[in-house]
Design a protein around this ligand. Structure first.
Ligand SMILES: Cc1cc2nc3c(=O)[nH]c(=O)nc-3n(C[C@H](O)[C@H](O)[C@H](O)COP(=O)(O)OP(=O)(O)OC[C@H]3O[C@@H](n4cnc5c(N)ncnc54)[C@H](O)[C@@H]3O)c2cc1C
Length: 475
C-alpha cells in the first residue's frame, strides 16, 4: 500500500506511512475509507449540494473508541478534522477537503426509559428516528421540523421546533452528554460534572469535542396532536400577517404557528390552478389536549378565506415529517437568517416584496415562532444567547441549476440586508451559511462569546475542532 497523504489544519500536507495507517485501520471497529473506497461517496455527500468536498480519509465511527482513535490521529498529525452527525448543516462544515472526516452517522442507538422519561441518543440519529422511538411511549423532546436532520448538530446549536414554546429548546432538555475532547479523553458532562463544558455545548456548536451520546428529558406528547396547514392566497397576506401577529402574541404556549411564504407545491388538497402561484401558509401545531388545541387554533382558522385548511388531529411523528418532501437532500441551498423580537409593519412589507419575486419555485421564506418556555430560561444558563427572540426569519433559497447561483444568492443577500435594520442583530448559529464569519462573534454567540472562548482555551487550546462556526480559544 502507498503512503496516505492528508490535509492539515493549516493548509499543508502530512504523509502517514503505510504501517502507521494500517495500524490505525486495524484499531477502528467501523469503516475507514480512502477516496474511491466503498462508503466514501455516501459519507462525503451532505444535504446541501452546494457543498462538494473531498476528505483525504473518512472514519465511520462505530462507538466512542473509534471517535477517540480518530481524534488522536487528527491531533497527533495536525489534521484538518470535520465531524458529521446528520450532514444537514447549511454551511457544510461536516465535510472537509483533504483532511479527516469523522462520520458518526452509523451510531444510531436510541434508548428510551419511559419510567424516568429520558432517552440516550447516539450522534448519528436523525430527528425522525428519535421521534419514532420516543413516540412508541407517547413521549418527545423539542426537535426541528425536518425529520432527516441530525440530532447532534441541531442540539449543539440550540434546537427548536413545534414543541419549543411549550418545552423549550432541545438544549433546555439536555441532561448530560458524553464528549471526546481534543486530548482524546471521554468526559461525562452535566450540571454537576464539568459544568462549564456542559454550559458551552448547549449552544456553542461542535467547538468543544465530539459528542458520542446525548441524554434528553422527554415529555408526554400526542401521540395525536392538532396540527396542519392553512393556505391563503398571497394577495391576502398584507391584511392577514398583522392579524397573525396579533393572535400569536396572545396564544397559549402550546400553540406554535410558523408562516411560510412560497410558491404552492402540487399538494393534493390544493386546487390545480393554485400550484406554482405564491401563497401564504400558516403551519401550526398544538402541543396538548386536542379540544384545547381546537379552541386555541380557532382565531387563526377564522382568518380570511383560505384556499385550504387541513388542520386536524395528526400522529405527532407524522406531523414531524410534514415538510420533508420540500426539504429533500441534493438541491443547491443558501440561507440567510435574522432574529426578531417583533414583526413590525416595515418587516411585513419587506417580506411581501421579496416573497413576490422569489428567484426559483423551491425558494421559501420561513418565519419560525418562538417565545414561551424558550424565553423563560435565563440567558446565562446556556451558551445559546437569544432568549428574547419571538420570531426567526429564515430565507431558504433553494434551486437546482448551478447557472442560477448568482441570482438566488443575490436575492437572499438583498432580502437579508433589507430586513437587517429591524432585526435584533442576533442569528441562530445553525442557520448560518459559511460566508458569515463576521457574524459569528457578536451575532451567533453574542453575550456568551467571551465565556465560550475561555472554555475553548481550556478544552481545545489548539482549535482542533475548528470546522464549525468557530470560537477562537481565549488568549
Ligand atoms: C431542511 C432543514 C431543516 C431544518 N430545520 C431546523 C429546525 O426546525 N430547527 C432547528 O433548530 N434547526 C433546523 N435546521 C438546522 C439544523 O439544526 C442544522 O443544520 C444542524 O447543524 C444539523 O445537524 P446535523 O447533525 O444534521 O448536521 P451536520 O452537518 O452533520 O453537523 C453540523 C455541525 O455540527 C457539529 N457536530 C455534528 N455532530 C457532532 C457531534 N456528535 N459532536 C460534536 N459536533 C458535532 C459539527 O461541527 C458539524 O459541522 C434545519 C436544517 C435543515 C437542512
Amino acid at each position: 500500500m502507498s503512503d496516505v497523504v492528508l490535509g492539515t489544519a493549516t493548509g499543508g500536507r502530512v504523509t502517514l506511512a503505510p504501517d502507521r495507517f494500517a495500524g490505525f485501520r486495524a484499531q477502528v471497529r467501523g469503516a475507514v475509507c480512502l477516496p474511491g473506497e466503498p462508503g466514501y461517496e455516501k459519507s462525503r455527500t451532505v444535504w446541501n449540494a452546494m457543498i462538494d468536498r473531498r476528505p483525504g480519509l473518512v472514519v465511520c465511527a462505530s462507538g466512542a473508541a473509534d471517535v477517540i482513535e480518530a481524534v488522536n490521529l487528527a491531533r497527533e498529525h495536525g489534521l484538518l478534522l470535520a465531524v458529521r452527525g446528520g450532514g444537514h448543516n447549511i454551511a457544510g462544515h461536516a465535510v472537509c477537503d483533504h483532511g479527516l472526516m469523522l462520520d458518526l452517522s452509523a451510531m444510531k442507538s436510541v434508548r428510551v426509559d419511559p419510567a424516568s422519561r429520558t432517552a440516550r441518543v447516539e450522534p448519528g440519529v436523525t430527528l425522525g428516528e428519535f421521534d419514532r422511538e420516543a413516540q412508541a411511549f407517547g413521549l418527545a423532546t423539542p426537535l426541528g421540523i425536518n425529520s432527516t436532520t441530525g440530532v447532534a448538530g441541531l442540539t449543539l446549536g440550540g434546537g427548536f421546533g413545534w414543541l419549543s414554546r411549550k418545552h423549550g429548546l432541545t438544549i433546555d432538555n439536555l441532561i448530560s452528554a458524553d464528549l471526546v475532547t481534543a486530548d482524546g479523553r471521554l468526559l461525562h458532562v452535566s450540571a454537576r460534572e464539568h459544568p462549564e463544558l456542559f454550559w458551552a455545548i448547549r449552544g456553542g456548536g461542535g467547538n468543544f469535542g465530539v459528542v458520542t451520546s446525548f441524554e434528553f428529558r422527554l415529555h408526554p406528547v400526542g401521540p395525536q396532536v392538532l396540527a396542519g396547514l392553512i393556505v391563503h392566497p398571497f394577495s391576502a397576506a398584507r391584511a392577514l400577517l398583522p392579524e397573525y401577529r396579533r393572535i400569536v402574541a396572545e396564544a397559549p404556549e402550546e400553540l406554535c404557528c410558523w408562516v411560510v411564504l412560497r410558491k404552492a407545491p402540487p399538494l393534493p388538497f390544493l386546487p390545480r390552478e393554485v400550484h406554482g402561484t405564491e401563497v401564504m401558509v400558516l403551519a401550526m401545531c398544538y402541543a396538548g389536549d386536542l379540544d384545547l388545541g381546537l379552541r386555541a387554533a380557532a382565531p387563526l382558522r377564522a382568518l380570511g378565506q383560505p384556499i385550504a385548511d387541513v388542520v386536524s388531529p395528526h400522529a405527532f411523528a407524522a406531523w414531524q415529517t410534514a415538510f420533508d418532501p420540500l426539504l429533500t437532500p441534493g438541491a443547491r441551498n443558501y440561507w440567510k437568517s435574522h432574529d426578531f423580537t417583533a414583526l413590525t409593519d416595515e418587516v411585513v412589507e419587506i417580506l411581501l416584496d421579496y416573497a413576490g419575486r422569489l428567484p426559483s419555485p423551491e425558494c421559501e421564506i420561513f418565519v419560525g415562532h418562538l417565545g414561551g418556555a424558550v424565553n423563560r430560561v435565563p440567558i446565562e444558563a446556556t451558551a445559546y444567547p437569544h432568549r428574547n427572540v419571538e420570531f426567526v426569519l429564515n430565507v431558504h433559497t433553494r434551486w437546482t441549476d448551478p447557472a442560477q447561483d448568482r441570482t438566488c444568492v443575490g436575492w437572499a443577500r438583498e432580502f437579508f440586508d433589507a430586513t437587517a435594520p429591524y432585526a435584533t442583530g442576533g442569528v441562530y448559529v445553525n442557520f448560518m451559511p459559511d460566508d458569515e464569519v463576521d457574524r459569528i462573534q457578536s451575532g451567533a454567540y453574542g453575550a456568551s462569546y467571551a465565556r465560550l472562548a475561555r472554555v475553548k482555551a481550556k478544552y481545545d487550546p489548539g482549535n482542533l475542532f475548528r470546522l464549525n462556526q468557530n470560537i477562537r480559544p481565549a488568549a
